[in-house]
Ligand binder design. Structure first.
Ligand code: FES
Length: 359
């Protein structure tokens, strides 16, 4: 009852409130549409620049712009020269600093020359009046296309792109020269030798001793106890003076010993292990992370990057994860002194797949 009484009572009050609200000042949060009482002032009159009034200044600005574009060319050439003149020497860390410093300075000059030149061109030489560009449909009717052509021609006339051949040609030269350092740098990333051959072969060969990573000390077969795992590199890798990391990235191996009766070996690979000791590439066949986690109870190897799991007891077959191939096995034996040696290189490329792998 109280509700219906209240409703009747508020009905008349509500009309009064509406009227009051129309006349009252807007409360916060209520949008009020007003007509714009401030007229559009339009654009201020165009102010002529010195280059608009003095042909000599205009010529000078043109030379400045061309000079900046030429500076860009010089910077790009300098970057290439610096890259060749200050090569990176792995044994000398200061060579990296010099190489990066001069390479960076050259590329900076190349980019800044174009950037500052273009800004100066637009500010000093192109027409300075302001325009209102009305929105219009973007589809290309004949009329629109004709208009676009007209605008393009007009812009060309105003900027002097075809008329100022010196500016235009130096700009084209700068744009052509700027990517050259990138081409040289990326080309130099490719190996000088046949990359497929490099991927197929590692430092392992018949008779190479298996040594501990990173000390390079050889491993006796008797030191490899059941359940243990060794991080292994080929003998001689630790002493390499150049390309050590590249070689290690292909030749790194994990060595494990399992009870002989736990190994399921194919007839063909029975001679690849030594008394339960097996060696597998440490480079994941997914995208090449080091497979460094060994679970000695299950004899599983886990790659921490994307959780691929390999079963060492079954020729490192993939039992989980995105890897598509088992880890390549390194055939091993022992020499006269009881040290573990490889009996050949890997019989297939290690690491991730590549197009030519099966060729
Ligand atoms: S790199 Fe090993 S699972 Fe992806």
């Amino acid at each position: 009852m109280a509700d219906s009484h209240d409703g009747a009572a508020t009905s008349g009050a509500a009309e009064t409130a509406v009227e009051r609200r129309e006349n009252a000042a807007p409360s916060p949060g209520v949008a009020v549409a007003r007509t714009d009482r401030v007229p559009n002032p339009g654009f201020p009159p165009e102010r002529l620049r010195v280059t608009d009034m003095d042909p000599a200044k205009e010529k000078q600005a043109e030379r400045t712009v061309s000079g900046l574009f030429l500076l860009s060319v010089v910077g790009s050439v300098l970057a290439v020269v610096a890259y060749i003149a200050f090569p990176i020497d792995e044994a000398d860390p200061s060579s990296i600093r010099l190489n990066n410093l001069f390479l960076g300075l050259g590329i900076t000059l190349g980019l800044l020359g174009i950037g500052i030149g273009a800004v100066h061109w637009s500010k000093a030489l192109m027409h300075g009046h302001e325009l209102v560009e009305q929105r219009h449909p973007t589809r290309g009717s004949d009329e629109t296309r004709a208009k676009a052509l007209e605008i393009f021609s007009e812009s060309n006339k105003e900027s002097g792109f075809t008329r100022r051949s010196l500016v235009r040609n130096t700009l084209i030269g700068a744009i052509v020269a700027t990517p050259i350092p990138a081409v040289v740098l990326f080309r130099d990333l490719a190996p000088a030798e046949d990359p497929i051959g490099l991927l197929r072969h590692t430092m392992w060969e018949a008779g190479t001793r298996l040594t501990r990573d990173p000390s390079g000390t050889p491993i006796l077969a008797s030191e490899v106890t059941i359940g243990s795992a060794f991080h292994v590199i080929p003998d001689g890798l630790a002493q390499l003076e150049s390309h050590k990391l590249e070689e290690k990235a292909k030749a790194a191996v994990l060595l494990m010993r399992l009870p002989v009766d736990r190994l399921n070996e194919t007839e063909e690979r029975r001679s690849w292990s030594y008394d339960g000791i097996v060696a597998y590439s440490k480079i994941c066949t997914h995208v090449g992370c080091p497979v460094a986690l060994y679970e000695q109870q299950t004899h599983h190897l886990l790659c921490p990057c994307h959780q691929s799991e390999f079963d060492v007891a079954n020729h490192a077959a993939v039992i989980f994860g995105p890897a598509a191939r088992p880890l390549p096995q390194l055939p091993i034996s022992v020499d006269d002194e009881g040290y573990l040696i490889a009996t050949s290189d890997f019989t297939e490329p290690v690491g991730p797949s590549f197009w030519e792998r099966e060729l």
